[in-house]
Design a protein around this ligand. Structure first.
Ligand code: MSP
Length: 514
């Protein structure tokens, strides 16, 4: 089984999980589930980023210690992922001992290799970003991301000699052209490198809430250097050589577009400095926007106030959407509505209309109508499919398009391809109208083929909507789970055995009021 290691960024614990975070995690989860279906050995990692000035500040504002605050918020992320049926194999917290040890070991190695030096750093710092900016990058002295003033800071720091890696990074980009995707993000990172790299400060003395520098404990590592190392901690870097080498060769980092510089410039350079390969693949997605701006706690509040209508954080909190729409419809919307890689507008209204169009009218309708006609024309026993049904070609086309799309991290296209098969199956029923015909071989062939299409549809939707896929599987009389199947072999036309009891049941996706 080829290994497939997929990671999400680890989320800052200064914010509660919102739909923007769910967007990133659900996409990574569906890709992980697809690879399990392919038969890969998958390791899927997510977690929380708990050190740094911002978290310490937020904890203080709430009258808690940083570790009490981190415990509380990490739990909310964990609970949210459980609620959304996220299949992560591990959940890493940067305050864990295993992580502290790995950070010290990995950065200690870079230090031993001569790429970390002491110096003085002066600069303009945004506490919210945990990052320094050059005056040109600021907008009227304000951070370009948070629009709040950057403050003057001067510190004795250890510096990572990033400048020593300019040439090596450029050769890596040339040798592995698909390492950073999509191409726009690759070009952005390349342009940054070509613009010249300066050494970067990687420790702080102004703060205790971090991982101590092992050779000088007056310093702690700057939160980003600590955070990036999580990808190595979880696979046993420094403690389990066979495991980490296996997983590291198959790593895929899913990240948001604003953290490209950290992941596509600094991180590969750090890996090179420590003597390991840079990450194999980094895919940067866009943002989910509300009213054209990145979804964040402040923004949600602000937009709500401006509109004077009830857009609140709790409305776009994943749990609230789950309550209104269900887990799978939320997952489906996040995967299907926005091409992975581009920005997308999130609105309640579009969620309702996509729910009604794709789930209630298309998929849900297909499932219930097939079951009803099997009941009335075949006494509830599903017939086998016909080998020369027109749906056989439609299914083969959808399976191969969906497979290609999942494999290039394009869940929206994979689902589009899947819905073409759903559309074809509904159209075939409309054309043949088995509900009007006399029971007999012609009706059996149409219904058997519709059931076979449903079997394949269940397989193809399972990474996006695992519970609904399981329910379709059960209703058409199949035992076990779609997740025990292997694609593409088990998605080939003709495996629905027939002779199974097909169950009618309540609508899978009852229509919502527009
Ligand atoms: N802690 C760092 C990541 C360290 S990884 C070694 C961080 N955390 S974050 O919580 O601010 O963001 C985590 C991820 O969530 C980012 O990839 C970011 O793009 C994503 N999202 C946060 N809001 C988002 C949207 N509104 N839309 C899509 N993704 C968004 O950065």
């Amino acid at each position: 089984m080829p290994p497939f290691y997929i990671t999400t960024p680890i989320y800052y614990v200064n914010d509660a999980p919102h739909v923007g975070h769910a967007y990133a995690t659900v996409n990574a989860d569906a890709i992980a589930r697809w690879h399990r279906l392919r038969g890969d050995e998958v390791f899927f990692l997510t977690g929380t980023d708990e050190h740094g000035a911002k978290v310490a500040e937020t904890a203080h504002e709430h009258g808690l210690s940083p570790s009490q605050w981190a415990d509380q918020t990490a739990r909310r992320f964990r609970d949210t992922w459980q609620r959304l049926n996220i299949s992560n194999d591990d959940f890493i917290r940067t305050t864990e001992d295993r992580h502290r040890r790995t950070v010290q070991q990995f950065l200690g190695q870079i230090h031993d290799n001569g790429y970390i030096e002491l110096g003085t750093y002066r600069g303009l710092y945004c506490v919210a970003c945990e990052d320094y900016y050059t005056p040109e990058q600021l907008h009227d002295g304000n951070c370009p991301v948070h629009s709040r003033p950057a403050i003057e800071m001067e510190e004795e720091n250890y510096f990572f000699r990033l400048s020593a890696f300019e040439e090596r990074l450029l050769s890596w980009y040339a040798e592995v052209p698909d390492a950073v995707q999509p191409p726009a993000r690759r070009n952005e990172a390349l342009a940054f490198i070509k613009g010249g790299l300066r050494d970067i400060s990687i420790t702080r003395t102004s703060l205790r809430w971090g991982v101590p520098v092992p050779w000088d404990d007056r310093h702690v590592f700057y939160v980003w250097y600590d955070a990036l190392v999580n990808y190595l901690t979880a696979i046993g870097y420094g403690s389990d050589d066979p495991a980490w080498t296996k997983w590291w060769s198959a790593v895929h980092h899913v990240i948001g577009k604003e953290i490209v510089r950290f992941h596509c410039v600094w991180w590969p350079a750090m890996c090179m400095a420590a003597g390991i390969d840079p990450p194999r693949h980094i895919f940067a997605h866009g943002w989910l926007l509300v009213g054209g701006e990145k979804l964040s706690k402040t923004l949600i509040r602000q937009v709500g106030e401006e509109r004077g209508t009830p857009l609140s954080l709790t409305e776009v909190a994943p749990a609230a959407l789950v309550e209104q729409f269900g887990v799978d419809p939320l997952r489906y919307h996040l995967l299907r509505d926005t091409p992975f890689g581009s920005d997308g507008e999130f609105s309640y209204e579009s969620m309702v209309s996509r729910f009604n169009a794709d789930l209630a009218n298309n998929l849900g309708n297909l499932v219930s109508r097939v079951a009803r006609v099997v009941e009335s024309k075949c006494g509830g026993i599903g017939p086998p499919p016909s080998p020369d049904s027109p749906l056989a070609t439609a299914a083969a086309e959808s399976v191969s398009a969906a497979q290609a799309a999942w494999e290039r991290f394009a869940p929206h296209e994979a689902l589009e391809a899947t819905w073409r098969l759903i559309g074809a199956a509904n159209a075939e029923l409309e054309a043949t109208e088995p509900w009007k015909a006399e029971p007999g071989p012609a009706v059996n062939a149409v219904l058997g083929s519709a059931l076979e299409a449903l079997r394949i549809i269940a397989l193809l939707v399972s990474p996006a909507m695992p519970a609904s896929a399981q329910e379709i599987w059960r209703r058409i009389g199949l035992g076990g789970s779609p997740e025990d199947q292997r694609v593409p072999a088990d998605a080939a036309w003709g495996s629905y055995p027939g002779g199974l009891h097909v169950e009618t049941g309540p609508a899978l996706f009852p229509r919502r009021r527009e």
